[in-house]
Write a new protein. Structure first.
Length: 507
């Protein structure tokens, strides 16, 4: 295993040296040899001209990943979704990372289109602007016009980027194996598995055909919603390395001056965008996983235009139900159930101090449980909960961590447009509108079948425990049967009813 790890690194020794050089420059390579670089910081500046000794360690980590290029930028974006693994200051810093990669030359871009379609850009399109309107880590975007007259945006992958990424992934895999083998504190986080998952995610993002199918899937799900618009895509002008889609006309969510001058009802726009996300998450189980303001536009009449569908999240029904239960634990102030849910959701260490965890969870839910729903800070609650999870070394599934991060960014982005925005209110309204369809007989039967399988697995062990605990004059059936008073006092299982009742009970 050790030789294999070293072999992976040695295949690209020159690139490894480049990585070490950048780490050293930013004073982050001391783990390689125990060397200190404080004296060097006053002589070094970042690529933006900032003196490195004035920056926090989190900022220097961000600059390292930025300077190392596409693979490490994407790694930072993935790590920013894992507040259960990284401290909040570092997660916040990484979430601000923007990759303004220099665009390819016109000749390199022309060769890419020629290789994909057998035609030059001028032959393929009616008009083509060789000056890109944007360039990010994986590709650049150009304006063009189809021969039919339709204005389009053409996203083109950077030349030779796949080879560079594959080389970096080999190095990451080798380093991860060495960390897992020799550094005990990293072992619990399974760095080799994280790198494998990162490879799959990045390879999907590199394939523009995947993004095209994501856009088509979202467009089909929202075909009847006039408040949301996904760009039309043109498969005949798209490939694995080129994506041609409708050029959306609107105001970017980051252009605050134009938004303020537009006269658009930004409160309503924020509500529409949040409604779209809540439907994606709690109904479809397929959602756009990067609700950054730069990824949506305010179109005519306040329609939400959605951009960049390369990063998506998927939820199975079990995880959706667990997350519903998590939110209800907040508002019910149910510390015991929330503690159980956190442990069930994540991968807990064998020496977990469950009593201490439950005590902290109890204090946590009491802090947030007394907030009226109109003022409930869902993103703050989720961030504090993930910090608590990280302190107890509980690793969440990737899907759960991505969902938490998406909701935090969503509420923050919406509040930039509407300071009084409340995501928990939007979720409550969703349940009130969709309650009937959420609890259809078919859905209920699926839950019963899953519960039956869980009970069946535990039945033999529980039978012996019940025989010891139940007095002789009472049968196990009588002991398990709820009394009429308990049945009468049982809480509603409808999340919308419970959210309303909790809000009504608060001052």
């Amino acid at each position: 295993m050790l030789l294999e790890s070293i072999s992976k690194i040695e295949r690209s020794a020159w690139r490894l040296q480049e990585i070490i050089s950048v780490l050293t420059k930013y004073g982050l390579a001391d783990w390689l040899g125990g060397l200190k670089y404080e004296w060097l910081q006053s002589r070094l500046v970042s690529v933006d001209g900032v003196r490195l000794n004035t920056l926090t360690q989190e900022a220097r980590i961000r600059l390292v990943l930025t300077e190392l290029g596409t693979t490490f930028v994407k790694l930072a974006q993935i790590l920013s979704t894992r507040p259960d693994l990284l401290p909040e200051p570092l997660v916040t810093e990484l979430s601000q990372l923007q990759a303004n990669t220099p665009p390819d030359s016109s000749e390199a871009m022309r060769q890419t289109i020629q290789a994909e379609f057998g035609q030059s850009p001028v032959q393929l399109f009616g008009e083509f602007d060789f000056t890109p309107i944007a360039s990010a880590s994986i590709g650049q975007v150009h304006r063009a016009r189809l021969k039919s007259g339709q204005s389009v945006a053409v996203k083109i992958q950077h030349a030779e980027i796949e080879d560079r990424i594959q080389r970096d992934l080999h190095i990451m895999a080798g380093l991860a194996e060495l960390l897992e083998k020799h550094v005990a504190e990293f072992r619990a986080y399974k760095p080799s598995a994280l790198v494998r998952r990162f490879r799959r995610t990045l390879m999907q993002e590199m394939d523009f055909a995947v993004e095209r199918r994501n856009i088509e899937a979202f467009a089909n799900r929202f075909a009847d919603d006039e408040t949301v618009h996904f760009p039309a895509v043109y498969p005949e002008f798209s490939s694995r390395r080129v994506l041609t889609m409708e050029l959306i006309d609107g105001i970017a969510g980051t252009d605050h001056a134009r938004l303020a001058a537009s006269g658009c009802d930004l409160n309503e726009f924020a509500r529409r965008a949040a409604n779209m996300y809540v439907k994606m998450i709690f109904h479809d189980g397929l959602y756009h996983a990067d609700p950054h303001p730069g990824n949506y536009m305010v179109m005519r009449e306040g329609v939400v235009g959605v951009l960049d569908c390369g990063m998506i999240g998927r939820l199975d029904e079990t995880l959706r139900e667990d997350f519903e239960a998590l939110i209800l634990c907040f508002v019910d102030q149910d510390a015991r159930e929330l503690s159980n849910l956190v442990v069930r959701l994540g991968s807990a260490p064998s020496n977990l101090d469950f009593d201490a965890l439950r005590a902290e969870v109890s204090e946590f839910v009491s802090d947030y449980g007394n907030q009226p729903l109109s003022e409930f800070d869902l993103s703050g609650a989720l961030m504090e909960m993930t910090s608590l999870i990280r302190r107890y070394h509980i690793a969440l599934p990737t899907e759960a961590a991505l969902l938490l991060r998406t909701l935090v960014i969503l509420e923050g982005s919406a509040r930039q447009l509407s300071p009084q925005f409340s995501l928990i209110r939007v979720i409550q309204s969703y349940y009130e509108r969709a309650g009937a369809s959420r609890f259809m007989p078919q859905r209920f039967l699926r839950k019963v079948r899953r519960s039956y399988r869980d009970w069946a697995q535990c039945a033999m062990g529980d039978r012996r425990r019940l025989r010891r605990e139940v007095p002789p004059e009472r049968t196990p059936h009588a002991a398990l049967r709820p009394s009429s008073s308990r049945r009468a006092g049982r809480r509603s299982r409808d999340p919308a009813d419970r959210l309303r009742s909790c809000d009504a009970a608060r001052p």
